[in-house]
Design a protein around this ligand. Structure first.
Ligand SMILES: *[C@@H]1O[C@H](CO)[C@@H](O)[C@H](O)[C@H]1NC(C)=O
Ligand SMILES: *[C@@H]1O[C@H](CO)[C@@H](O)[C@H](O)[C@H]1NC(C)=O
Length: 631
């Protein structure tokens, strides 16, 4: 051994020398996906180390979500994962996206899980599958479909019969698709996680064993595991599944606890948090690269396996973002960069380089070369040359629905009886007096309020009252309510119905006789909107409104970032595809627009803006996630 007294500036060199030696000694213990492997025994946990195909194996994993990355980039992100020295890809499967309606399953295009698993095999990554049904994953309702909430008695993540019946139906479709991809059948899946962080929820002692049986019955034969964070560790876990740990910084008490309840088993950090999600109105979080690498190094030094959550975060395209529940409701931003080793747009960060350096010592073979990066382009600004007010767009929505009592989004009679999952809902009623409008906590999550189409105020979080002026005669009161994202964890998961969820009072009298428009802003809405009476925008256009312009792409489309300095809050659609929400509350200042969403030549851009706009959209060649604070 060499190191006794080290001058500060030499310390790094010695650490590298030491790690190289250590790496040389242990490199034989860590396998990648090599050609010849015994498929008769899968991942096993008999001793303090994993074995795979009978040989010692260390999971060097990273999470990657196909639903947050354009399909055209799946392989690129996997190859970058491999080039970082990882041998395993962990993937969450969001039920809400695979079964958007009770009778409709979606496993194509951007939801083509089987193609994703084929690609993992091709790139040479093992897979840990997290089929849920609840995945968390910072998604709206943790990836559970909102139509579950049509049942007033629903108890999510429990053995409530209505929930179990829905899970069984979904698993009947999902699990047979993944069974052939299991290790012992020659595929990449080496382990399957049962639910996610149930120890932090733990409302039903029979739920986890139901799920375990549901997986076994349908042909899952690889290693099962559960994963929990510090708070849920003591209540998580289930007989017959390996218990794994989620953390950002090493907590020796948790490790000691796991070693006590699960002796003679390898330690797996299932989620080593590489950064953190951001919420609107907050700051952008960064977890310093040196801190992350120190945690990874320490875990590996102790012989643990790790999975980076996330290796690459991607984007909350559309309306899929979740929301934080504590200390109070806060919706998550569109970017899911997460300060992960690979940025939202697939660029290498200092974390990537440091991790590659560390992980190269744990790989048998030299790491593949790092795939080259894609061009980012600063397109010419797009001028919005057409305008359509919200009011003029209403005839192109679903047929409005009349109801004496207010009805929440999920229970609206739209989408083949599945209700509305995402987006905006407009509630209108006629009033004949002014006075005080009281919303209590019955507006989820944010309402713009209008009288005869003139804006009078906003209900959001702490604003619970609004004054309505005292004009004579009948007037239309309109509330445009946005589901900003359902919380993805916590005790109030069953309480995530959106829109108007109880009485709204005007002078203490509940409003009645509503006309309700569902504005989920799906691509067929934009197809219909094509024939709407768009007009050249007047100097003072009406808000909320739709603004339309074009982006011309010369040649092969590149990635770019959309910036809207003169706008306040809304959603952007490129060729009918929802690329996410923007909001001047920040921190996020620019939206990622991946090249594959653009065509060579002319592209349509539509902005739905709630309050103000300057008719111009700008493009930049670099991201802007806003003011940053270290975790
Ligand atoms: C190792 O694991 C396999 C499969 O899980 C099991 O059959 C075997 O009995 C275990 N051996 C020990 C020593 O625990
Ligand atoms: C509100 O709109 C209704 C219907 O268009 C109209 O009859 C009424 O005069 C308007 N009231 C006010 C105060 O503008």
């Amino acid at each position: 051994m060499v190191v006794f007294r080290i001058r500060r500036d030499h310390r790094r060199r010695y650490i590298i020398l030491f790690l190289s030696l250590a790496g040389f000694i242990i490199y034989r213990q860590f396998g990648g996906q090599s050609g010849k492997i015994n498929r008769s025994t899968g991942l096993r946990v008999n001793s303090s180390q994993f074995t795979l195909g009978g040989e010692q194996f260390c999971i060097l994993g990273g999470s990657l979500h196909y639903f947050r990355v354009p399909r055209a980039y799946w392989k690129d992100r996997m190859m970058k994962m491999k080039a970082c020295g990882l041998n395993t890809l962990t993937v969450d499967v969001p039920w809400s996206l695979h079964q958007p309606e009770k009778e409709e399953f979606s496993f194509q295009e951007g939801h083509d899980l089987e193609s994703f698993l084929h690609l993992a095999t091709e790139v040479g990554l093992w897979v840990i599958l997290r089929p849920g049904p609840y995945v968390g994953s910072d998604l709206d309702l943790g990836g559970l479909p909102s139509w579950l909430l049509r049942d007033k008695e629903m108890r999510l993540r429990s053995t409530y019969p209505g929930f179990l019946a829905a899970v069984s139906e979904y698993f009947n479709k999902l699990i047979p698709k993944v069974v052939p991809f299991q290790f012992k059948k020659g595929g990449p899946i080496i382990a399957v996680q049962v639910e996610n962080e149930y120890g932090s929820h733990a409302i039903d002692g029979k739920y986890m064993s139901f799920l375990k049986e549901a997986l076994l019955e349908r042909g899952i034969t690889e290693l099962l595991l559960t994963s929990d964070n510090h708070e849920g560790l003591k209540y998580g876990g289930i007989e017959g599944a390996l218990r794994a740990l989620n953390l950002q910084k090493i907590n020796y008490d948790d490790i000691k606890y796991l070693k006590t309840v699960q002796s003679n088993s390898p330690m797996l950090v299932m989620e080593l948090w590489t950064g953190r999600r951001d919420g609107w109105g907050g700051l952008h979080h960064s977890f310093p690269a040196e801190d992350l690498v120190a945690v990874a190094r320490e875990a590996l030094r102790q012989g643990m396996s790790i999975n980076l959550y996330l290796f690459h975060g991607g984007t909350n395209f559309g309306f899929i973002n979740g929301a934080m529940a504590y200390p109070s409701y806060k919706a998550l931003v569109t970017s899911y960069d997460y300060d992960a080793p690979l940025s939202e747009a697939g660029e290498y960060t200092p974390k990537f380089h440091l991790l590659r350096d560390l992980l190269s010592r744990f790989n048998r073979e030299t790491l593949p070369v790092m795939p080259s990066l894609r061009l980012k382009e600063e397109y010419e600004p797009a001028i919005m040359f057409q305008h359509l007010s919200l009011w003029d767009a209403l005839p192109f929505t679903h047929k409005p629905f009349k109801s004496n009592l207010p009805i929440n989004m999920e229970n609206l009679p739209v989408n083949n009886g599945n209700g509305q999952a995402y987006g905006y809902t407009l509630y209108e009623t006629v009033i004949i007096t002014g006075g005080f409008l009281k919303a209590g906590h019955n507006i989820k999550d944010r309402a713009l309020v209008f009288v005869n189409q003139s804006f009078i105020g906003i209900f959001y979080q702490r604003n619970l009252d609004l004054a309505v002026s005292d004009d004579k005669g009948k007037r239309t009161l309109s509330l445009l309510i946005e589901n900003c994202g359902r919380v993805h964890y916590g005790k109030d998961m069953d309480d995530q119905r959106k829109g108007i969820v109880g009485d709204i009072l005007l002078n203490n009298v509940p409003l009645r006789d509503f006309t309700i428009y569902s504005l989920d802003m799906t691509s067929d809405f934009f197809d219909r909107l094509y024939s709407a009476p768009w007009k050249f925008p007047p100097n003072k256009p009406s808000f909320p409104g739709f603004f339309q312009g074009r982006i011309f792409v010369n040649g092969y489309p590149s990635d770019t970032f959309i910036k809207l300095p003169g706008w306040s809050k809304g959603v952007i659609f490129i060729n009918g595809q929802n690329i996410g929400r923007y909001w001047d509350a920040g921190p996020q200042q620019a939206l990622f627009l991946p090249g594959p969403f653009l065509n060579s030549g002319m592209n349509q851009i539509i902005v739905f803006e709630e309050a103000e706009g300057d008719f111009k959209i700008q493009f930049e060649d670099s991201p802007d996630l806003g003011m940053t604070v270290d975790i």
